[in-house]
Design a protein around this ligand. Structure first.
Ligand code: ZN
Length: 676
């Protein structure tokens, strides 16, 4: 890029910052993405380049300051000027009514309550001076917390600059969304690391990282709900205070409700007791506050807590059952994972009979044995976990559980790699690992080959038809017909699906190869940048790290992968068998030039399409700048309804969303074009 004059660069950087901060606000605070990722990524990269050329341009509120920086040696203590109070807990309706009675007696009349969800995260306090974020701290014991400013800067829903130049201290909760928690634990299990018991522990662990770069990758979010001192704000009630916080740029929770009677409060509590599993974050109760600040002042505090608030705690959702067996399975990377097979039990709306025990350390730490009676709960409201063994119920003839020393599939000796809690089978020819690798290769986000389920692939491997992924492309119909349950028609369908996958753009192949740490998003970024598998195989570690969002771990893993001669043999085999090794998607630089009715729109496909598969239509629309999602909501712009469209079509009609038929979609795809 040509060097800009300093003044021009300054103006451009300012414009980019404003724009990027606006996008981030819409995405992370309002949950309403306004642009596609590639638009953000491109502008972000431009700002990074400008700031590299002119380091003086870096400001405290630049989005580039959110990626994490220097590694700390320890956390410094922070004394809270105004302590963070804790709330009195109530556990049932009677205690709630007693709370209301005390309030009414003290003020002499009935009052309105502001009810809010009690987010199960970590309490934080954020200080702003003249509108700029200057310090973030944990709650600690309420009086003394820890300075975690660097980590909180990476949490994108926390504004680095307020909409007004105020000096305030704001309080709220930092949490990990359930979905991020599940993904994080899946990844950690696969990498042989310890898993987190619940989203709250995961959030706490993420905020207490001395290296803020780690925090930056943990996808934390926040809800802010109060101030240390309301002085600068024009709010006379809790409800208004929340609106004011939102106006200043903070993320606040929209589920709050103003209730005029304690019966209404109870209805709200019951409603969310039902709905809590459907929220994208974990809550552990409901906070009930006297809404009016004057009345709050009048009620004051006890030594422990405010008299004007109570925290209703949901009863824990736990169930008792017996561990009947422990199964060990071998994953794609050789990690072997134990699963408890339990006597089926009802838990938070579903029947639970299996729970991952994660690794052998976990079994030892919880002292789990066969035939033990255990308490189970759902981590993140989704994943069944064993909370603890009920020791009193342990059978008298019980003996400690013996962890296997050899792979349950190939019988080679298991090892503990450095710093890993997992046991691994390190035999590269372990059939279980190869089969898992094949499953991954054909999966939806990888090569997307229909008809090759785990049992078909396992048979192919066992009958020596396939020993690596390239062998799939040499399969013949006669061979397929030797497999169980594969008839003429299904054999043809499988061959057809394999054939179609030859043409996939190379990011699918890169993901499908199962290079450690390379997920589908990283695969796409690598494919887009390097253009082909061959160019990627020659990339240096430095070239990969330079790419936005690629860390050292991915770079190391990619380079190491391609150092292996066998990988080059595999690449040659794939190429010889007609598998495409080139990136076919649009480069992000081209995407800006796209003119199409899909650009910037959110589209839902429903019903049966005749001319396209769902996947094809999705890919085409996404290449034309649209975003394809699974469910219809107010944010949906267009619903494409194929044959026999059902409830999604009905919902679209009730919301007044544009409905297209397949022909309209095809026309739109065909008439869209790229400006060269
Ligand atoms: Zn093995």
């Amino acid at each position: 890029m040509e060097q800009l004059s300093f003044q021009k660069a300054q103006q451009r950087a300012e414009a980019l910052r404003t724009e990027l901060n606006k996008y981030a606000y819409q995405y992370y605070v309002k949950d309403q993405p306004s642009v596609e990722d590639y638009v953000y990524d491109k502008k972000y990269q431009e700002l990074v380049n400008l700031e590299t050329d002119y380091p003086n341009l870096i400001t405290a509120d630049s989005p580039t300051q959110r990626v994490g920086g220097k590694v700390l040696e320890g956390f410094v203590k922070v004394i809270h000027d105004t302590p963070l109070y804790s709330l009195n807990d109530v556990f049932n309706k009677d205690e709630l009514i007693a709370f209301d009675e005390r309030v009414k007696k003290a003020v002499g009349h009935s009052v309105s309550y502001c009810c809010e969800l009690k987010i199960d995260g970590l309490s934080i306090s954020l200080k702003y001076e003249n509108g700029l974020f200057v310090q973030g701290a944990t709650r600690g014991d309420g009086s003394i917390g820890e300075n975690i400013t660097e980590n909180l800067k990476t949490v994108k829903s926390i504004p680095l600059r307020l909409t007004e130049p105020l000096s305030v201290e704001v309080r709220g909760e930092c949490y990990m969304p359930k979905e991020s928690f599940v993904k994080l634990n899946e990844r950690r299990e696969e990498e042989g690391k310890e898993v987190f018991a619940n989203p709250r522990n995961a959030a706490a662990g993420s905020l207490r990282q001395l290296d803020s770069k780690v925090t930056a990758h943990r996808n934390l979010s926040t809800f802010l709900y109060t101030l240390a001192d309301f002085g600068p704000l024009e709010a006379t009630t809790q409800d208004q205070a929340l609106s004011e916080l939102a106006r200043l740029g903070f993320r606040t929770n929209d589920e709050r409700k103003l209730c005029d009677t304690i019966d209404e409060v109870w209805e709200y509590i019951e409603a969310f007791h039902e709905k809590r599993n459907q929220l994208s974050y974990e809550i552990d109760g409901i906070v009930v506050k006297v809404n009016d600040f004057d009345l709050q002042d009048q009620l004051g505090f006890t030594v422990k807590a405010p008299r004007w608030a109570a925290a209703y705690k949901f009863p824990p959702e736990e169930a008792e059952t017996i561990i009947e067996n422990i199964e060990w399975t071998v994953g794609r990377t050789g990690v072997i994972t134990p699963t408890a097979i339990m006597n089926p039990v009802r838990l938070a709306g579903t029947t639970v009979s299996r729970a991952s025990l994660h690794n052998s350390d976990y079994i030892e730490k919880k002292e789990i044995r066969l035939n033990d009676t255990v308490l189970v709960y759902k981590a993140g409201d989704i994943i069944p976990e064993v909370a603890q063994v009920i020791m009193e119920k342990r059978p008298s003839d019980s003996t400690p559980y013996e962890v296997p020393t050899h792979c349950p599939i190939c019988d080679s000796e298991l090892v503990h790699l450095d710093e890993e809690v997992a046991l691994r089978c390190i035999n590269p020819k372990c059939p279980a690992q190869i089969k898992e690798g094949l499953n991954h290769f054909v999966s939806r986000n990888a090569m997307n080959i229909d008809g090759l389920g785990p049992s078909v692939l396992a048979q192919m491997y066992d009958k020596h038809l396939v020993s690596d992924v390239a062998d799939l492309y040499a399969l013949e119909k006669e061979q397929l017909l030797t497999l169980d349950k594969i008839k003429d028609k299904s054999a043809e369908n499988i061959l057809q699906a394999i054939n179609v996958s030859r043409e996939n753009s190379v990011e699918r192949l890169i993901f499908g190869l199962g290079i450690r740490h390379v997920g589908s998003k990283a695969a796409r970024i690598l494919a887009e940048h390097f253009g082909s598998l061959h160019d990627l195989s020659r990339a240096t570690k430095e070239e990969i790290i330079e790419l936005n969002t690629m860390g050292e771990t991915i770079a190391d893993s990619v380079v190491t992968y391609f150092e292996n001669d066998e990988v080059h043999d595999l690449m040659k085999e794939l190429a010889d068998r007609g598998v495409n090794l080139i990136y076919k998607g649009l480069r992000t630089s081209q995407l800006e030039e796209v003119e199409s009715p899909f650009k910037g729109k959110t589209i839902v496909l429903t019903g049966k399409l005749l001319d396209y598969t769902r996947e094809d239509a999705k890919e085409k629309i996404e290449n034309l700048g649209g975003k394809v999602t699974g469910s219809v909501s107010k944010k949906t712009d267009i619903v494409v309804a194929g044959e026999d469209a059902g409830s999604k079509l009905t919902k679209a009609q009730s919301l007044g969303i544009d409905v297209w038929d397949e022909t309209q979609m095809i026309q739109a795809i065909e008439t869209s074009h790229l400006d060269e």
